[in-house]
Structures are given as structure tokens and as C-alpha cells.
Design a protein. Structure first.
Length: 298
């Protein structure tokens, strides 16, 4: 079902004059091998107000010297670790993605999505729960909240002297693609995007027909139409996009990735790699970084 663009914009709109009431504290970026600060970087943990009295928690990793620099908002996939997926070093990866990209001249902004990381709730809010499609309404609300949180992140970055407000990009992986496509479609302050392992599929991966939740089929489709990336992909003609999917993706599926890639408006650079959902090659991620740098002037 085609959804009127004005309705979509209304659904995701918010009051941009809402005070940010931001906080900030230093959060040193260290190398786990030496336990010493990484030269040339500084990092802050920040919070600010979003819609519905929510507080966004994010980490800014940036060059130590004076800016301003282009910024990339990084949105993680569906993981309890939230933004730490892209900020915390591990024995296998001493330099997480935010550190790698900050060392090349970006302000890397990793954000905890609503219901994930430091914002995870006791009721598992916003998560898809097997055999409970009746929880689709909270998932709908979580997705809209997640998009508005990203928009508020742009509001916050506009207050930071280290950031070039005319050079803000986006990098989203999996769920970060699901939230990111509506975000970049509706917020034209974002100038370039890279989107990994996203797709389009039935709203909650449930088939409700023939189950005790069969009466929710129409509602499920309506929520799909209002929140799925494929609804927003045609509205992205204003922004260059680097889009990557796995040929062996068992979560999004080949067909789901193909549907979304086809739906995106030009300009778009389409890429496929030989792997599953979590197998994005480091070389392809580096191509995405170079793509963003090219379009953001980094």
C-alpha cells in the first residue's frame, strides 16, 4: 500500500526547539594491548534529550586536534551491547570501528538505540519476541523513537564546534539500516550514508494468518507500511548511498536485500559480498568509509 509522504513526515516529525539539556564526560579511548590512551584521539560520553522524555546516550570519538571535522552517526545492529559494538575494543579487534574512522578524520558518533545497550529496559522493550506478534505496537513505537533519536543526534551535533554541520553522514548495520533508511529519507541534514545488511521483510517475521493472532494481520501490514525501510527507500534521491548485502544472508535473506536495494532511489552504489549476515568484509567497510569521506569532504 502506497503511503502519502506527508503522512510519513508527520508521523516522524517532532519539536526541534525541544531543549537538549546535554551532559558530557571524558571517556578515554585506550588500546587494550598496552592499556594506554590511543594517540591522536579524544572521546566523550554524552547524553541529551529526545522525544517522549527519552535520553539518548552516545559516544563521540574524534581527532584530538581542533576541528571542525565531518561526522558520521553510527547505528549498531540488534545487540544487547548497543553502541559498544562499535566503540569497545576486544582481543580480536584492538581498534573498533569508531576508533578506526576517527583516526582518519571523522567524528564517530555511536548511539544506543532505544531499548538497547544502556537503554535496555527490564521489559525487553521494543524487541521482536517469538510467538508474540501482539507486541508489534511497542516495536512500532520503538522504531519511530529510534528514528527521532537519530534526528535529535543531528540537533546535538549542530551544537558541537568540532563538527561540520554541513558534513554529517550515517553508517547503519542491520537494525541500523532499518532505522537509518527512514532517518536519511526524512532528515536532509544528512549528506551521505552507508547501509549494511538491511532488507525488507514481513514486519515481524511472523505469519499471523492461521494463528491465534490472525486478527492482527491487517494491523501488522499497516505497521509494516509505516516503518519498513522499503517505504522510505524511494525518498532518498537527495543523498548518495553505499549499500551492501550478503549473498548468503540467512537473516535478511537474499530476496529481502534485493527488494530493498531495488527500491532505493539513485544515486546508489550497490555491493554484494559472499557471506552471511555478520560477515561484512573489512575491505568493504573500508570502501564505505572512503565513500563517506568522498561525499563529506573528509
Amino acid at each position: 500500500m502506497a503511503i502519502d509522504e506527508a503522512l510519513l513526515r508527520h508521523l516522524y516529525a517532532y519539536d526541534r526547539t525541544l531543549p537538549l539539556v546535554s551532559t558530557s564526560e571524558m571517556d578515554p579511548a585506550t588500546d587494550p594491548r598496552t592499556r594506554q590512551p590511543i594517540p591522536g584521539l579524544r572521546r566523550e560520553r554524552v547524553t541529551f534529550t529526545s522525544t517522549h522524555d527519552e535520553r539518548v546516550l552516545a559516544t563521540l570519538t574524534m581527532p584530538a586536534e581542533d576541528g571542525p571535522f565531518p561526522a558520521v552517526i553510527m547505528q549498531h545492529g540488534s545487540t544487547p551491547s548497543g553502541r559498544h559494538q562499535m566503540t569497545t575494543p576486544t582481543p580480536a579487534l584492538a581498534q573498533p570501528l569508531s576508533v578506526q574512522w576517527a583516526l582518519t578524520g571523522f567524528v564517530a558518533v555511536t548511539v544506543d538505540a532505544y531499548g538497547f545497550g544502556s537503554r535496555e529496559g527490564a521489559d525487553n522493550r521494543g524487541r521482536l519476541t517469538p510467538n508474540r506478534p501482539d507486541l508489534m505496537y511497542r516495536t512500532r513505537d520503538a522504531r519511530i523513537q529510534g528514528v527521532q533519536d537519530l534526528m535529535r543526534t543531528v540537533d546535538y551535533l549542530a551544537t558541537r564546534p568540532e563538527v561540520r554541520a554541513d558534513a554529517i553522514g550515517y553508517h547503519g548495520v542491520s537494525m541500523g539500516c532499518r532505522l537509518g533508511v527512514p532517518f536519511i529519507a526524512l532528515d536532509h541534514r544528512v549528506k551521505a550514508a552507508s547501509l549494511f545488511v538491511g532488507g525488507s521483510a514481513p514486519y515481524s517475521r511472523f505469519v499471523v494468518e492461521g494463528t491465534p493472532f490472525a486478527d492482527l494481520a491487517e494491523e501488522e501490514q499497516r505497521i509494516f507500511d509505516l516503518t519498513d525501510p522499503i517505504t522510505f527507500a524511494p525518498l532518498t534521491a537527495h543523498i548518495p548511498k553505499f549499500i551492501a548485502n550478503g549473498l548468503k544472508d540467512t537473516l535478511v535473506t537474499l530476496e529481502g536485500g534485493q527488494r530493498l536495494q531495488a527500491a532505493f532511489a539513485e544515486p546508489k552504489a550497490l555491493h554484494w559480498f559472499d557471506g552471511n549476515h555478520g560477515d561484512s568484509p573489512a575491505s568493504l567497510v573500508e570502501q564505505a568509509r572512503a565513500f563517506l569521506a568522498q561525499h563529506l569532504g573528509g
